[in-house]
Design a protein around this ligand. Structure first.
Ligand SMILES: [Zn+2]
Length: 200
């Protein structure tokens, strides 16, 4: 890649969420600061929030749940929203919905837990995007393993400190990222840590 100047950078604190504006052509780098930390990622068309990044459509369009640099991420209207440019990990999740308080109550008997659903809603409200009934994010660094029988296992992320992915916007988008607050499983290596974001 050609050398580009970093325009903005943020540290999303452990267990929190943030939202960002990304203009067409800008790139976004999502960095796992300490390693083994999942970043729930959602994107909406800036001019119409009814169009959003859709992991199911993306899997349908790509015929895979294993994206590679050069692959497009699609909206619910089958429009390219983002392109994956770089990926130092190679393992992410397209199938799990965002964690939400009801999940923590169901799986861990812990009601009123912090959640990606709440983090994403709070972050997106800054841009006036209404809260959906659920978020279906691109779960960056999440390591979901499906065996030949269809059984699903969440394993520790393969990301180490400093690993990252880079995405380029193919339209003007509003994005939100949640540093997943789940410490109850190996999803985040049993320890929640920050996510770093750079927009160039
Ligand atoms: Zn989460």
């Amino acid at each position: 890649m050609t050398q580009q100047q970093t325009v903005h950078e943020w540290l999303i604190p452990s267990k929190e969420g943030r939202s960002f504006q990304l203009a067409k052509g800008q790139t976004l780098k999502v960095i796992d600061v300490n390693g083994q930390q999942v970043a729930d990622f959602v994107a909406y068309r800036e001019s119409d929030s009814k169009e959003r990044l859709d992991p199911s459509v993306t899997m349908d369009a790509l015929r895979t749940m294993s994206i590679k640099p050069g692959d497009l991420l699609y909206s619910n209207l089958y429009t390219p929203m983002l392109t994956l440019l770089e990926d130092t990990v190679g393992k992410h999740d397209f199938i799990n919905s965002a964690c939400r308080p009801e999940m923590y109550e169901f799986l861990y008997n812990k009601p009123n837990h912090q959640s990606c659903y709440h983090n994403l809603n709070t972050a997106l409200s800054e841009f006036g995007i209404p809260q959906p009934d659920q978020h279906y994010p691109f779960n960056i660094f999440m390591n979901t393993v499906i065996d030949g029988r269809g059984d699903i296992q969440i394993e520790a992320p393969l990301s180490a400190a400093g690993d990252y992915i880079t995405l380029r916007a193919e339209m003007d988008v509003i994005i939100a990222i949640s540093a997943c607050p789940c410490e109850e499983s190996v999803c985040n290596g049993y320890q929640c840590t920050p996510i770093r974001v750079e927009i160039t």
